[in-house]
Structures are given as C-alpha cells and as structure tokens.
Ligand binder design. Sequence first.
Ligand code: FAD
Ligand code: FES
Length: 266
Amino acid sequence: MSTPVASLASIAQNTQIAPDIYLMEIESPEIAEGAQPGQFLHLRCSDTLAPLLRRPISIADVDKRAGKVKIIYRVVGQGTQLLCQKSPGDLLDIIGPLGRGFPMPDKGKTSIIVGGGIGVAPLLYLAKELAGDETNGHKPLTFLGFATKEEAFGIDFLKSLGIKVEICTDDGTLGHKCFPTELLKEHLKEFQDKSKITLYACGPKPMLSGIKGIAANENITAYLSLEERMACGVGACLGCSVKSSKSGYKRVCKDGPVFEAGEIDL
Ligand SMILES: Cc1cc2nc3c(=O)[nH]c(=O)nc-3n(C[C@H](O)[C@H](O)[C@H](O)COP(=O)(O)OP(=O)(O)OC[C@H]3O[C@@H](n4cnc5c(N)ncnc54)[C@H](O)[C@@H]3O)c2cc1C
Ligand code: FES
C-alpha cells in the first residue's frame, strides 16, 4: 500500500452524469501513482470550517500516465453539495490514497463484481485493473443494480473494456427487474467449481449482507467494500468502527474499507 499524501490538487472536470451524481477528475500525479482499486480520498469540501470534517469518496478510475484520478459521487448533504459546485481549475484539499483496497484474485480464478447504486464507483477501477491483468487470462463478469435507468452509470465504460455487464433496476426500467444478488445467484448456477470464483462487491448494506450469505453458502471468497460515516479517516478516532465477526471492532478507514466477507459482522 502506498503512503498517503496530502495535496492541494486542481480539478480538471466536474460533470453531472446522472441526477445528483457527478464525475470529478482531479490532477494529482502523486495520488495517481500509488492508488489501488478500493482505496479512497479524504476531501475537504469547503475552505471554511463548515463542514469541519473531510468526506471520504472512493477512487473510481486512475490515469497514471496523465497523473489524474476520477471520483464519482452522489450529492446527499452539505459536503457533496459543496463539491458539486466546484469548477475546473479550483483547488481541492485531498489526503489519499487511503485504506486497504481490493486484493487481486489468485491466478486462474474468475472474478465476479457486484455493485449497487453509487457503490458501483470503486468497482469501475477494480474492473479495469482486473480486465488488464494478463496473468489471469479472463475478464471479470459484472452485475450492477440501480434504482432506475436514469441513475445508471459506468456501463459504457465497462463495455469499452470488453467486460460483460448484466444490469438490473429496482423498477425494471433498464435490464432485469430484480436486485443484483438475484442476478448473481442465477449466474452462479453456471459454475460447476465455485471454489474458482472470487467475488467483489460494494453497495447498500442489505446487498452486501446478501452477498456475504451467498458466499458463505457456496464457499466462495468474497471481498466487500463498506461505507461508514468517517471522521479522521486515518485510524485514530475509532469513529468508523464496525463489529468484527471474531471479537472486537475493525476500523473501516484503516483496516478496510475492503474486508474479506468473513471478517466482519453485517
Ligand atoms: C470508504 C468510503 C468510500 C465512499 N465512496 C463514495 C463514493 O465513491 N461516492 C459517493 O457518492 N459516496 C461515497 N461514500 C459516502 C460519502 O462519504 C458520503 O455520502 C458523504 O460523506 C456525505 O457527505 P455530505 O456532507 O454530503 O452529507 P452529510 O450531510 O454528511 O449526510 C447526508 C446524508 O447522507 C448519509 N451519509 C453520510 N455519510 C454516509 C456514509 N458514509 N454512508 C452512508 N450514508 C451516509 C447521512 O446519514 C445523511 O443521511 C463513501 C464513504 C466511505 C466511507
Ligand atoms: S474515521 Fe477515525 S478511525 Fe476511522
């Protein structure tokens, strides 16, 4: 894991890509150099004291050659509202890359990615890295769920990488009318030897909990990325702790945000 850096980085792009969802491109060669899929940036959204705390947003793509990092965020409150008002050329106070990202699968394993809503964002960079992993030999399968067609994003990006994408929506306006966990269950039937699968997921807690259950039943290794509210973002305040499935607690910012499914209580 690379050492996080604190930097004032220039915004290259901040574009709305769906209702309340924005894609921001940030110029930061130092962060781009070491960023791994599943890691996040801790952003100061304002130059004033409100909001006081930084906001964690996952890295959605990296262009190491151009020294740029992309994030995709949903406007839900004060911090993200301030973020979406920023323009190209504005400076952003960032610490990153932070946290423990997704481990790459063992050689020869089939990777299956399951994303729900804004949780799809970190999985785009993961999918790109997995698709480019020559040693593995095959591209990941991707199952994505959104509330409606209007909220869907990332599909063209994945298809441009030659990745097979299955979509579902809660209201059936795009793809299948079901949850991504149901798509996953259906497709798992096609695999005779499920021990050769590695699952990766990010999305709402009920979806992650469902995937944890499926992985346990089928004896599949699964890595889940959690999104808890955070304060310090660097492991010092314990504000983001979740219950460990063994004993005690794990800090999402430092021990995660990606955990092996068996490590945490959901
Ligand atoms: C490791 C990590 C990665 C994340 N990656 C992304 C990402 O790529 N894109 C993205 O849009 N969001 C992501 N989030 C969530 C994002 O951090 C919050 O949406 C953001 O901090 C909200 O800030 P705000 O000031 O706009 O809203 P606030 O005013 O702080 O809160 C508004 C509403 O959002 C809820 N909320 C706030 N934070 C969270 C959270 N962490 N999880 C669930 N609900 C929350 C609050 O309970 C409240 O209802 C991530 C969170 C974590 C921990
Ligand atoms: S946010 Fe402080 S320990 Fe994780």
